[in-house]
Design a protein around this ligand. Structure first.
Ligand SMILES: [Zn+2]
Length: 460
């Protein structure tokens, strides 16, 4: 598909079909990014007032919160109203999500599941407005690197929804929109050779995926002494987990294009993204970010937990939502000229790999996803031992029907295959690590080489 056809015909048609105003939003964001910090603050003030007024009128949970705080968003300063509200965490969402949703949202409600950064499954809802703005924010950051809507984009990603959908419509959509998806949950040495072939023949303008997976592929190319011929490539976009310096170094040296990191979450969307100068700019038109410590905002520039309010999530507002990630707001403006405020994300989610004896290297999300979907699981932790055996510790949800060990095992067995020993344990609690965060997948195993695999086969 020619890029301009995808750009001018396919994408606009697709978005209109879904009832999303992505392109008008995108035009607004293109302009507002150059506004001064004061202008952006003014825009946030207007949008925050609208959001709080809507939440009070339509959503019982927030009506109670605002009334309890004694604030009326119609009459008081919206930032003051915001700061008088308590922080929102996952426990409250899990306890009463039905009370937090605007059932009459135009275009309907769309359910999403996430384990967030703490391995605690969570269901929440988006509307078309929220989806459109998240798309528009993504389009903008791509344009920062000269990547336009409709340009060829290779995904190294691993959502079971995306990878298992083999229906003709999805396939057609990917082809029409110039996208190619490679499964980040399936990264054996042999598979990575195939991925490198596909990468070269597809000739993407950008690559998008987990930093760990893209760096693994880059490392593989380097170890094979393979020089990739990717004449159209302009940028590698990484997201979903922390991009460590060693990830960046290997991606940079193999692909020789800028590596841009995006910070966000499924719950609260597109929070910040690196520009070509390397600064993390907040998506200030769509999110308000506060930094808190012990539930209190910290002075500008100090480190604390990142708390987000999404200004365009109307179906299910996220107002003062605790991300569990750590960061700090930065003063000053970036040399790129954009007025969007700056942030340092110091610590976010880390993800590991699981290794199978047949040489397969699996992104940790491949086991997280089926666990997330199980009802009755409050928290979980997956530990892989040196001999590849896997232990899944599960804390049951109090209110829900009791989940059984067998049900947990059945959900993850297809991911691990039949060769790996699997133990499921029901536990009362899971310890957190020093940072206060819970590492939900830990592997002590080493990747099996093809030789190890052959040996294993011979021994059977
Ligand atoms: Zn910048």
């Amino acid at each position: 598909m020619l890029p301009f056809v995808a750009h001018y015909v396919v994408y606009p048609f697709h978005e209109r079909l879904l009832g999303r105003a992505t392109f008008p939003y995108s035009r607004d964001l293109e302009e507002s990014q150059w506004g001064s910090p004061d202008e952006l603050r003014k825009l946030q003030r207007c949008k925050l007032r609208d959001l709080l007024t809507h939440a009070r009128a339509k959503i019982p949970f927030y009506r109670r919160r605002l009334d309890e705080a004694g604030v009326d968003p119609a009459t008081c300063d919206p930032f003051e109203a915001l700061s008088s509200l308590p922080l929102l965490d996952k426990t409250e969402i899990r306890a009463g999500v039905d009370d937090m949703v605007w059932q009459d949202a135009p275009g309907g409600l769309f359910a999403y599941d996430t384990g967030g950064s703490t391995g605690e499954p969570l269901t929440f809802y988006f509307d078309r407005r929220r989806q459109g703005y998240d798309q528009a924010a993504r389009i903008r950051t791509h344009r920062w690197f000269g990547v336009e809507v409709g340009d060829r984009e290779l995904y190294l990603w691993g959502s079971p929804i995306e990878t298992s959908r083999t229906d003709a419509l999805k396939h057609l959509r990917d082809r029409l929109s110039n996208q190619l998806l490679l499964n980040a949950f399936d990264m054996s040495v042999r598979q990575m050779d195939r991925y490198l072939d596909k990468l070269e023949s597809f000739r993407p303008v950008c690559i998008f995926g987990y930093p760990s997976s893209i760096s693994l592929l880059a490392e593989h190319a380097q170890s094979q002494g393979r020089r990739l011929n990717l004449p159209n490539l302009r940028a590698v976009f990484v997201t979903g987990e922390v991009c460590y310096p060693h990830h960046r170094d290997i991606i940079d040296s193999v692909f020789s294009v800028p590596v841009a990191d995006g910070y966000g979450s499924r719950e609260v969307g597109f929070i910040a993204h690196q520009c070509p100068q390397g600064s993390f700019h907040l998506t200030a038109e769509n999110v308000i970010v506060e930094i808190v410590d012990s539930d209190q905002p910290v002075p500008h520039g100090e480190t604390g937990e990142i708390v987000v309010t999404h200004l365009d999530a109307y179906a299910m507002p996220f107002i003062r939502y605790r991300t569990g990630d750590v960061g700090r707001l930065k003063a000053g403006r970036c040399s790129c000229g954009r007025g969007l405020p700056l942030v340092d994300v110091i610590q976010g989610r880390t993800t590991e790999f699981l290794y199978l004896p047949d040489g397969k290297i699996m992104h940790a999300l491949s086991i997280i996803y089926p666990l997330r979907r199980l009802r009755g699981v409050r928290r979980f932790r997956v530990t892989q031992h040196e001999d590849y055996a896997v232990t899944v510790d599960v804390v049951c949800d109090d209110g829900a029907e009791k989940i059984t060990r067998e049900a947990v095992a059945k959900s993850v067995r297809p991911v691990l295959g039949s060769e790996v020993d699997l133990r499921v344990q029901m536990v009362d609690r899971l310890d957190t690590v020093e940072s206060g965060k819970h590492r939900y997948v830990v592997s002590h195993a080493k990747p099996a080489t093809p030789a190890a695999f052959q040996e294993a086969c011979a021994g059977v």
